[in-house]
Ligand binder design. Structure first.
Ligand code: FES
Length: 564
């Protein structure tokens, strides 16, 4: 029996019951000697590796580096899998399964003889799911995101995941790229392991994990295939063993102030609109209330300073060479809670004391921002009583104050067919409206909000119109797109009442999205609303529909939020 400070794992391995002996015996069946395990902290390596998730495909190699570090520091590493969520493979959407993965992470940690855990993530939803699960389990945890892919290149063009791929796809739709050229693009737009290499949701959430203090400094932006990714994984393995000894748990790190820091960083990097939903959900796991108004308040005082697509010009590889998140945090220190504790055991400010920016056009200073306000704007109005968001830094400036006639789609897949019509009655002033894209409607809150541009407009050289929905959009997307309208149309939110021909007003300056109707007409239409048949009547899908919360509440299950 070891005499060190009591470790959680000792309840599994060193109690008086028969099963303690059995557990030691079966652990030794993995080929470990008694000396290599006795009295040592057991460190779980929570791995979202999967061949169904290309973004996380290198995480087994990363896990080996973590194991080295754990052994070096005197711990015992044990790697375990969870469900993995591959953004572009899963249907109808990975968001349907984020909470399932969070439950898998939480229960795998809770049920096993672990003293600490290293979280290996990458693709969009794997990062928030692990943070949510680790927050609920609340044993010492450190995150190692897998890092972004190398920059894409096609001929003389740099291609950013999603962002430029969508533009090239539109050129293909209108015949400006031929089949052969399109096949070339397909072969070189995702050229290495790692997640999307623009400031999409994956890069945003990795940056947020670092801003929260849940990764070692500099971890977010190291390219997936850079040798320094494995080096930081090894260091993280070493550090988690020390964190166990210090009992440095997620609830000590992810405080209200740390969450506000994460929102500030999200605004400064022009982060994905999905971060709004995920951060509210993570806060909910910790019993901390973060609302859309917190995003608005912080957005107003936070300049947008990271010049990375889709809002800016560069890619994540450039961001890494420019100094990555430590350089951003250093620039932002006047706006941050500097003393927040991080996984290093030091404060956020201490972590970045020596950080430098090497490319001032990529990471701007506060007095030379790309925009004086943050990247995400929160809207309200008679169409969104509980809120909506728009990434105004990635929108067309001339459309942010706009009045136009609605053209309404009720169903996403039918909409895709209609958008190819040469006689679709739309013009540059039309407001495209998509219903049934929310948590209940999609189902699962899919990334349908970036409604593709109608072919008839692309042929006229028009590349953006106002688009509104209760869906999300990929963090790699761009355009004048109002998202996350709550309450959603499928449960009778006001969006359900909008009809083709209604006048819609987007007033970003006043933070409003409204439909102009005669007095009483909106209520009359909503009184006649009939809820569509639920998508599921059994299994996980039914549980999802029974317990999912709306976008403004973070879309967690009601029973997973921490009780106050
Ligand atoms: Fe995984 Fe974009 S598809 S991050």
């Amino acid at each position: 029996m070891p005499d060190s400070r009591k470790l959680r794992s000792q309840d599994w391995f060193y109690s008086l019951e028969y099963y303690s002996f059995a557990r030691r015996a079966y652990l030794r069946s993995e080929g470990l000697t008694r000396e290599s395990i006795q009295g040592k902290p057991v460190i779980g390596i929570c791995n979202s590796w999967s061949e169904l998730n290309h973004c996380n495909l290198h995480l087994r190699d990363v896990a080996e580096a973590v194991k080295r570090g754990v052994w070096q520091a005197g711990g015992v590493p044990l790697e375990f899998p969870t469900i993995s969520l591959g953004e572009v493979f899963m249907k109808p959407t990975t968001m349907l399964f984020r909470n399932l993965m969070a439950m898998d992470v939480e229960e795998s940690i809770r049920a096993n003889p672990l003293d600490g855990v290293v979280l290996l993530c990458g693709c969009d939803k794997t990062t928030p799911a692990q943070l949510m699960g680790a927050a609920s389990a609340n044993i010492p945890a450190i995150m190692v995101p897998g890092g972004p892919m190398l920059s894409g290149h096609w001929r003389d063009q740099e291609i950013g995941s999603g962002t430029d791929m969508r533009k090239l796809f539109d050129l293909y739709r209108i015949g400006k790229l031929n089949e052969e050229q399109f096949a070339e693009v397909e072969g070189c737009s995702a050229r290495s392991n790692g997640h999307c290499m623009v400031m999409g949701t994956a890069s945003t959430m990795a940056s947020i994990a670092e801003a929260l203090g849940m990764t070692l400094p500099g971890c977010a932006a190291i390219p997936a295939v850079d040798s320094r990714r494995k080096a930081i994984a090894e260091l993280s393995g070493r550090r988690i063993v020390e964190m166990v000894r210090e009992d440095l748990t997620p609830s000590r790190i992810m405080t209200h102030e740390a969450l506000e820091n994460a929102i500030t960083v999200d605004m400064a990097i022009g982060g994905s609109t999905n971060a709004v939903v995920h951060l509210i959900a993570i806060a909910g796991r910790l019993g901390i209330e973060i609302t859309l108004e917190d995003f608005h308040r912080i957005s107003q005082k936070t300049p947008y300073i990271v010049n990375v697509k889709p809002s800016g010009s560069y890619l994540m590889e450039d961001f890494f060479y420019a100094g990555g998140l430590p350089a951003v945090i250093r620039n932002l220190l006047p706006l941050l809670h500097r003393d927040c504790l991080t996984v290093t055991g030091k404060s956020l400010a201490e972590n970045v004391a020596a950080a430098e920016c090497f490319k001032p056009d990529v990471i701007r200073t506060l007095d030379k921002p790309l925009s004086p306000e943050g990247g995400t704007l929160v809207l309200y109005g008679n169409l969104a009583p509980d809120g909506a968001v728009i990434k105004h830094t990635a929108a067309s400036a001339h459309l942010l104050q706009h009045r136009g006639k609605a053209y309404v789609f009720d169903q996403y897949y039918k909409m895709l067919e209609e958008l190819e019509r040469d006689d679709l009655p739309v013009d540059e002033n039309t407001v495209l409206v998509l219903k049934n894209g929310g948590p209940h409607g999609g189902p699962g809150f899919p990334e349908w909000g970036h409604i593709p541009m109608p072919k008839v407009l692309l042929k006229r050289g028009i590349t953006d119109v106002v688009r509104i929905s209760d869906a999300r959009m990929s963090g790699t997307s761009f355009g004048t797109v109002v998202l996350h309208i709550a309450p959603e149309s499928a449960i009778g939110g006001p969006l359900a009442a909008v009809q083709t021909g209604d006048e819609i007003i987007l007033d970003a300056a006043a933070r409003r999205i409204d439909v102009t109707l005669p007095p009483g007409e909106l209520d009359r239409r909503l009184a006649a609303f009939e809820r569509p048949k639920p998508h599921y009547n059994r299994g996980y899908g039914k549980m999802f529909l029974d317990h999912i919360q709306q976008a403004n509440l973070g879309c967690d299950f009601d029973f997973l939020r921490a009780l106050k």
